[in-house]
Design a protein around this ligand. Structure first.
Ligand SMILES: Cc1cc2nc3c(=O)[nH]c(=O)nc-3n(C[C@H](O)[C@H](O)[C@H](O)COP(=O)(O)OP(=O)(O)OC[C@H]3O[C@@H](n4cnc5c(N)ncnc54)[C@H](O)[C@@H]3O)c2cc1C
Length: 311
Protein backbone atom coordinates (compact mmCIF):
# COMPACT_ATOMS: atom_id res chain seq x y z
CA UNK A 1 0.00 0.00 0.00
CA UNK A 2 2.86 2.45 -0.61
CA UNK A 3 2.48 5.41 -2.90
CA UNK A 4 4.11 8.59 -4.06
CA UNK A 5 2.46 11.89 -3.14
CA UNK A 6 0.83 13.32 -6.24
CA UNK A 7 0.24 16.76 -4.75
CA UNK A 8 3.94 17.20 -4.26
CA UNK A 9 5.67 14.93 -6.67
CA UNK A 10 4.33 14.37 -10.14
CA UNK A 11 7.79 13.22 -11.05
CA UNK A 12 7.58 10.25 -8.64
CA UNK A 13 9.69 9.03 -5.76
CA UNK A 14 12.60 11.13 -4.50
CA UNK A 15 16.19 10.02 -4.02
CA UNK A 16 15.81 9.79 -0.23
CA UNK A 17 12.91 7.45 -0.73
CA UNK A 18 15.02 5.10 -2.80
CA UNK A 19 18.07 5.41 -0.55
CA UNK A 20 16.46 4.47 2.76
CA UNK A 21 13.88 2.12 1.24
CA UNK A 22 11.23 3.41 3.69
CA UNK A 23 8.19 4.51 1.76
CA UNK A 24 7.60 8.18 2.52
CA UNK A 25 3.96 8.10 1.48
CA UNK A 26 1.26 5.47 1.45
CA UNK A 27 -2.49 5.05 1.40
CA UNK A 28 -4.48 5.53 4.60
CA UNK A 29 -8.15 4.73 5.18
CA UNK A 30 -9.81 7.67 6.98
CA UNK A 31 -13.20 7.69 8.68
CA UNK A 32 -15.02 10.86 9.69
CA UNK A 33 -15.26 10.94 13.51
CA UNK A 34 -16.76 14.42 13.91
CA UNK A 35 -17.04 17.87 12.34
CA UNK A 36 -16.84 21.34 13.86
CA UNK A 37 -17.46 24.77 12.34
CA UNK A 38 -14.48 27.06 13.07
CA UNK A 39 -15.58 30.19 11.22
CA UNK A 40 -17.98 31.16 8.47
CA UNK A 41 -15.82 29.51 5.81
CA UNK A 42 -14.01 26.82 7.81
CA UNK A 43 -15.10 23.33 8.74
CA UNK A 44 -12.80 21.08 10.74
CA UNK A 45 -13.19 17.38 10.03
CA UNK A 46 -11.55 15.01 12.48
CA UNK A 47 -10.68 11.64 10.97
CA UNK A 48 -9.78 8.38 12.64
CA UNK A 49 -9.03 4.89 11.41
CA UNK A 50 -6.76 2.02 12.34
CA UNK A 51 -4.25 2.70 9.58
CA UNK A 52 -3.51 6.11 11.17
CA UNK A 53 -1.23 4.33 13.64
CA UNK A 54 1.29 4.45 10.77
CA UNK A 55 0.62 8.09 9.85
CA UNK A 56 3.57 10.39 10.55
CA UNK A 57 2.86 14.07 9.94
CA UNK A 58 5.93 16.25 9.69
CA UNK A 59 3.86 19.16 11.02
CA UNK A 60 4.18 22.67 9.59
CA UNK A 61 2.53 22.73 6.14
CA UNK A 62 2.39 18.94 5.79
CA UNK A 63 0.02 18.20 2.93
CA UNK A 64 -1.70 15.04 1.80
CA UNK A 65 -3.86 13.92 -1.11
CA UNK A 66 -7.46 13.05 -0.37
CA UNK A 67 -9.63 10.84 -2.56
CA UNK A 68 -13.25 11.87 -2.18
CA UNK A 69 -16.25 9.92 -3.47
CA UNK A 70 -18.01 11.16 -6.60
CA UNK A 71 -21.48 12.66 -6.28
CA UNK A 72 -24.02 10.06 -5.19
CA UNK A 73 -21.51 7.76 -3.42
CA UNK A 74 -21.08 7.70 0.35
CA UNK A 75 -17.61 6.21 0.62
CA UNK A 76 -14.45 6.26 -1.48
CA UNK A 77 -13.52 3.06 -3.30
CA UNK A 78 -10.45 2.52 -5.49
CA UNK A 79 -9.74 -0.60 -7.55
CA UNK A 80 -6.28 -0.81 -6.02
CA UNK A 81 -3.99 0.96 -3.54
CA UNK A 82 -0.91 -0.84 -4.79
CA UNK A 83 2.06 1.47 -5.40
CA UNK A 84 2.59 0.30 -8.97
CA UNK A 85 -0.96 0.09 -10.20
CA UNK A 86 -3.23 2.49 -8.28
CA UNK A 87 -2.64 5.50 -10.51
CA UNK A 88 -3.43 3.79 -13.80
CA UNK A 89 -6.38 1.99 -12.24
CA UNK A 90 -7.74 5.23 -10.78
CA UNK A 91 -7.32 7.11 -14.06
CA UNK A 92 -9.02 4.25 -15.90
CA UNK A 93 -12.20 4.39 -13.83
CA UNK A 94 -15.40 5.66 -15.50
CA UNK A 95 -15.84 9.39 -14.81
CA UNK A 96 -18.97 8.92 -12.74
CA UNK A 97 -17.24 6.41 -10.43
CA UNK A 98 -13.78 7.97 -10.15
CA UNK A 99 -13.00 9.58 -6.77
CA UNK A 100 -11.65 13.12 -7.02
CA UNK A 101 -8.14 13.71 -5.74
CA UNK A 102 -7.53 16.96 -3.83
CA UNK A 103 -4.65 18.41 -1.81
CA UNK A 104 -5.22 19.34 1.82
CA UNK A 105 -3.18 20.09 4.94
CA UNK A 106 -2.76 18.09 8.11
CA UNK A 107 -3.81 20.72 10.63
CA UNK A 108 -2.96 18.42 13.52
CA UNK A 109 -2.22 14.79 14.24
CA UNK A 110 -2.56 13.40 17.79
CA UNK A 111 -3.07 10.25 19.80
CA UNK A 112 -5.81 10.68 22.41
CA UNK A 113 -5.55 9.53 26.04
CA UNK A 114 -7.56 6.47 24.94
CA UNK A 115 -4.93 5.64 22.32
CA UNK A 116 -7.03 6.71 19.33
CA UNK A 117 -5.10 8.25 16.42
CA UNK A 118 -6.79 11.34 15.01
CA UNK A 119 -6.06 13.77 12.18
CA UNK A 120 -7.73 17.19 11.78
CA UNK A 121 -8.20 18.72 8.35
CA UNK A 122 -9.70 22.22 8.01
CA UNK A 123 -11.77 22.59 4.84
CA UNK A 124 -12.70 25.92 3.29
CA UNK A 125 -16.34 25.81 2.24
CA UNK A 126 -16.12 27.97 -0.86
CA UNK A 127 -19.63 27.32 -2.15
CA UNK A 128 -20.94 26.01 -5.41
CA UNK A 129 -20.68 22.39 -6.44
CA UNK A 130 -16.90 21.99 -6.25
CA UNK A 131 -16.30 18.35 -5.31
CA UNK A 132 -14.11 18.71 -2.21
CA UNK A 133 -15.80 21.71 -0.70
CA UNK A 134 -19.26 20.25 -1.17
CA UNK A 135 -18.17 16.81 0.10
CA UNK A 136 -16.86 18.45 3.27
CA UNK A 137 -20.10 20.40 3.71
CA UNK A 138 -22.07 17.11 3.63
CA UNK A 139 -19.65 15.01 5.69
CA UNK A 140 -21.14 13.05 8.58
CA UNK A 141 -19.69 10.63 11.11
CA UNK A 142 -18.84 7.28 9.57
CA UNK A 143 -18.07 8.43 6.02
CA UNK A 144 -14.93 6.72 4.72
CA UNK A 145 -12.38 8.16 2.33
CA UNK A 146 -8.82 7.34 1.26
CA UNK A 147 -5.71 9.47 1.43
CA UNK A 148 -2.10 9.32 0.36
CA UNK A 149 -0.24 10.70 3.34
CA UNK A 150 3.11 10.66 5.09
CA UNK A 151 4.51 7.47 6.59
CA UNK A 152 7.68 9.28 7.75
CA UNK A 153 7.81 12.72 9.32
CA UNK A 154 10.66 13.97 7.11
CA UNK A 155 9.07 14.07 3.69
CA UNK A 156 8.94 16.43 0.76
CA UNK A 157 5.32 17.44 1.33
CA UNK A 158 6.57 19.62 4.18
CA UNK A 159 7.60 22.67 2.21
CA UNK A 160 8.32 24.99 5.15
CA UNK A 161 12.10 24.49 5.43
CA UNK A 162 13.79 27.63 6.84
CA UNK A 163 17.56 27.55 6.67
CA UNK A 164 19.64 27.63 9.86
CA UNK A 165 20.32 31.21 10.88
CA UNK A 166 16.88 32.52 9.87
CA UNK A 167 16.31 35.65 11.96
CA UNK A 168 12.71 36.56 11.01
CA UNK A 169 9.68 34.77 9.59
CA UNK A 170 7.33 36.39 7.07
CA UNK A 171 4.11 34.51 6.30
CA UNK A 172 1.35 35.18 3.81
CA UNK A 173 -1.64 32.82 3.54
CA UNK A 174 -5.14 33.03 2.18
CA UNK A 175 -7.93 30.95 3.71
CA UNK A 176 -6.87 27.71 1.99
CA UNK A 177 -3.37 28.04 3.44
CA UNK A 178 -4.47 29.28 6.85
CA UNK A 179 -4.54 25.72 8.26
CA UNK A 180 -0.92 25.32 7.14
CA UNK A 181 0.09 28.74 8.49
CA UNK A 182 -1.62 27.93 11.81
CA UNK A 183 0.29 24.65 12.04
CA UNK A 184 3.53 26.52 11.24
CA UNK A 185 2.81 29.09 13.96
CA UNK A 186 2.21 26.24 16.41
CA UNK A 187 5.82 25.15 15.97
CA UNK A 188 7.80 28.35 15.49
CA UNK A 189 10.49 28.91 18.10
CA UNK A 190 10.16 31.79 20.57
CA UNK A 191 12.52 34.71 20.19
CA UNK A 192 12.51 35.09 16.39
CA UNK A 193 10.24 37.86 15.06
CA UNK A 194 7.17 36.76 13.11
CA UNK A 195 5.22 39.02 10.71
CA UNK A 196 2.16 37.47 9.09
CA UNK A 197 -0.60 38.54 6.72
CA UNK A 198 -3.69 36.33 6.50
CA UNK A 199 -6.30 36.98 3.82
CA UNK A 200 -9.82 35.76 4.63
CA UNK A 201 -13.19 36.00 2.87
CA UNK A 202 -15.16 37.30 5.89
CA UNK A 203 -14.62 39.09 9.21
CA UNK A 204 -15.84 36.04 11.10
CA UNK A 205 -13.17 33.87 9.53
CA UNK A 206 -10.56 35.26 11.94
CA UNK A 207 -9.45 32.13 13.74
CA UNK A 208 -7.86 31.82 17.13
CA UNK A 209 -4.19 31.07 16.48
CA UNK A 210 -1.48 29.94 18.86
CA UNK A 211 1.63 31.93 17.97
CA UNK A 212 4.96 32.83 19.55
CA UNK A 213 4.77 35.87 21.86
CA UNK A 214 5.07 39.09 19.90
CA UNK A 215 3.97 37.61 16.56
CA UNK A 216 2.49 40.45 14.51
CA UNK A 217 -0.54 39.28 12.53
CA UNK A 218 -2.57 41.37 10.08
CA UNK A 219 -5.94 40.06 8.89
CA UNK A 220 -6.83 41.20 5.38
CA UNK A 221 -10.57 40.80 4.84
CA UNK A 222 -11.45 40.45 1.18
CA UNK A 223 -14.09 42.58 -0.49
CA UNK A 224 -17.19 40.50 -1.16
CA UNK A 225 -17.11 39.19 -4.72
CA UNK A 226 -13.54 40.37 -5.32
CA UNK A 227 -11.90 38.83 -8.38
CA UNK A 228 -8.37 39.47 -9.59
CA UNK A 229 -8.27 42.85 -7.82
CA UNK A 230 -8.10 40.93 -4.53
CA UNK A 231 -4.33 40.94 -4.99
CA UNK A 232 -4.14 44.75 -4.78
CA UNK A 233 -5.63 44.75 -1.31
CA UNK A 234 -3.06 42.22 -0.12
CA UNK A 235 -0.20 44.20 -1.67
CA UNK A 236 -1.45 47.40 -0.01
CA UNK A 237 -1.36 45.64 3.37
CA UNK A 238 2.16 44.40 2.70
CA UNK A 239 3.48 47.74 1.47
CA UNK A 240 2.15 49.73 4.40
CA UNK A 241 3.36 47.30 7.06
CA UNK A 242 6.54 47.50 9.05
CA UNK A 243 8.72 44.45 8.65
CA UNK A 244 11.14 43.25 11.32
CA UNK A 245 14.71 44.41 10.74
CA UNK A 246 16.42 41.16 9.76
CA UNK A 247 19.52 40.05 7.90
CA UNK A 248 18.27 36.57 7.02
CA UNK A 249 14.46 36.54 6.80
CA UNK A 250 12.58 33.48 5.53
CA UNK A 251 9.27 34.00 3.74
CA UNK A 252 6.57 31.36 3.33
CA UNK A 253 3.73 32.22 0.93
CA UNK A 254 0.75 30.06 -0.04
CA UNK A 255 -2.70 30.63 -1.48
CA UNK A 256 -4.28 31.65 -4.77
CA UNK A 257 -1.72 31.46 -7.59
CA UNK A 258 -1.88 35.00 -8.96
CA UNK A 259 -1.73 36.52 -5.48
CA UNK A 260 1.17 34.39 -4.30
CA UNK A 261 3.21 35.35 -7.37
CA UNK A 262 2.53 39.04 -6.66
CA UNK A 263 3.46 38.61 -2.98
CA UNK A 264 6.63 36.78 -3.92
CA UNK A 265 7.56 39.56 -6.37
CA UNK A 266 7.03 42.09 -3.59
CA UNK A 267 9.27 40.25 -1.16
CA UNK A 268 12.03 39.62 -3.71
CA UNK A 269 11.97 42.78 -5.83
CA UNK A 270 10.69 45.44 -3.43
CA UNK A 271 12.08 44.11 -0.15
CA UNK A 272 15.29 42.59 -1.53
CA UNK A 273 14.81 39.19 0.14
CA UNK A 274 16.96 36.43 -1.34
CA UNK A 275 14.64 34.50 -3.66
CA UNK A 276 16.00 31.20 -2.31
CA UNK A 277 14.62 32.21 1.10
CA UNK A 278 11.11 32.69 -0.30
CA UNK A 279 9.05 29.49 -0.36
CA UNK A 280 5.89 29.96 -2.39
CA UNK A 281 3.18 27.47 -3.29
CA UNK A 282 0.03 27.92 -5.35
CA UNK A 283 -2.77 26.14 -3.47
CA UNK A 284 -5.45 26.87 -6.06
CA UNK A 285 -6.11 29.16 -8.99
CA UNK A 286 -9.19 31.30 -9.61
CA UNK A 287 -11.20 29.65 -12.38
CA UNK A 288 -9.25 26.36 -12.46
CA UNK A 289 -10.09 23.03 -10.84
CA UNK A 290 -7.37 20.94 -9.24
CA UNK A 291 -7.58 18.51 -12.19
CA UNK A 292 -6.51 21.34 -14.49
CA UNK A 293 -3.63 22.32 -12.19
CA UNK A 294 -2.45 18.71 -11.93
CA UNK A 295 -2.59 18.32 -15.70
CA UNK A 296 -0.30 21.36 -16.01
CA UNK A 297 2.05 19.95 -13.37
CA UNK A 298 2.30 16.62 -15.19
CA UNK A 299 2.97 18.50 -18.42
CA UNK A 300 5.85 20.30 -16.69
CA UNK A 301 4.19 23.72 -16.64
CA UNK A 302 3.90 24.44 -12.92
CA UNK A 303 5.87 27.60 -12.09
CA UNK A 304 3.99 28.13 -8.81
CA UNK A 305 6.61 26.45 -6.64
CA UNK A 306 9.87 26.83 -8.49
CA UNK A 307 12.27 29.25 -6.74
CA UNK A 308 14.01 29.84 -10.06
CA UNK A 309 10.77 30.77 -11.83
CA UNK A 310 10.65 34.20 -13.46
CA UNK A 311 9.25 36.92 -11.24
C1 LIG B 1 -0.47 21.69 -0.72
C2 LIG B 1 -1.92 22.17 -0.63
C3 LIG B 1 -2.56 22.20 0.60
C4 LIG B 1 -3.89 22.65 0.69
N1 LIG B 1 -4.52 22.67 1.91
C5 LIG B 1 -5.81 23.07 2.00
C6 LIG B 1 -6.50 23.04 3.27
O1 LIG B 1 -5.97 22.62 4.30
N2 LIG B 1 -7.79 23.49 3.29
C7 LIG B 1 -8.43 23.94 2.16
O2 LIG B 1 -9.61 24.30 2.23
N3 LIG B 1 -7.80 23.95 0.95
C8 LIG B 1 -6.53 23.52 0.86
N4 LIG B 1 -5.90 23.52 -0.36
C9 LIG B 1 -6.62 24.07 -1.52
C10 LIG B 1 -7.61 23.09 -2.15
O3 LIG B 1 -6.91 21.93 -2.58
C11 LIG B 1 -8.30 23.79 -3.34
O4 LIG B 1 -9.06 24.88 -2.88
C12 LIG B 1 -9.15 22.85 -4.17
O5 LIG B 1 -9.36 23.46 -5.41
C13 LIG B 1 -10.49 22.53 -3.53
O6 LIG B 1 -11.14 21.57 -4.33
P1 LIG B 1 -12.67 21.71 -4.79
O7 LIG B 1 -13.07 20.37 -5.31
O8 LIG B 1 -13.45 22.31 -3.66
O9 LIG B 1 -12.63 22.79 -5.96
P2 LIG B 1 -12.08 22.57 -7.53
O10 LIG B 1 -13.00 21.57 -8.17
O11 LIG B 1 -10.65 22.23 -7.46
O12 LIG B 1 -12.34 23.98 -8.10
C14 LIG B 1 -13.65 24.41 -8.54
C15 LIG B 1 -13.67 25.94 -8.66
O13 LIG B 1 -13.56 26.50 -7.35
C16 LIG B 1 -12.48 27.42 -7.30
N5 LIG B 1 -11.90 27.33 -5.95
C17 LIG B 1 -11.09 26.38 -5.44
N6 LIG B 1 -10.78 26.67 -4.16
C18 LIG B 1 -11.42 27.84 -3.87
C19 LIG B 1 -11.52 28.64 -2.71
N7 LIG B 1 -10.92 28.31 -1.55
N8 LIG B 1 -12.26 29.77 -2.76
C20 LIG B 1 -12.92 30.13 -3.89
N9 LIG B 1 -12.87 29.39 -5.02
C21 LIG B 1 -12.14 28.26 -5.00
C22 LIG B 1 -11.53 27.01 -8.42
O14 LIG B 1 -10.79 28.13 -8.89
C23 LIG B 1 -12.48 26.50 -9.48
O15 LIG B 1 -12.99 27.57 -10.26
C24 LIG B 1 -4.59 23.06 -0.48
C25 LIG B 1 -3.93 22.99 -1.72
C26 LIG B 1 -2.61 22.55 -1.79
C27 LIG B 1 -1.93 22.49 -3.14
Amino acid sequence: MTATAPDAAPEGAGIAEIADATPHFRFFALEVLRTRRLGRSFLRITFGGESLSGFRSGGHDQSLSLFLPPAGREHTALPSTDEDTWFADWRGMPDEERPVMRSYTVREQRRTADGVDEVDIDFVLHGGSSPASSWAGRAVTGRRILAIGPAVAENKSVRFQPPAGTDAFLLYADETALPAAAAILDRLPAGIPVRAWFEIPHEDDRLYLRAPAGADITWVVRDPGAGRERTDRVLDALRTAERPAAGAPYAWIAGESATIRAVRRHFVQDCGIDRRAVRFTGYWRLGATEEQLLAEAYAGRAPDEDPAAEL
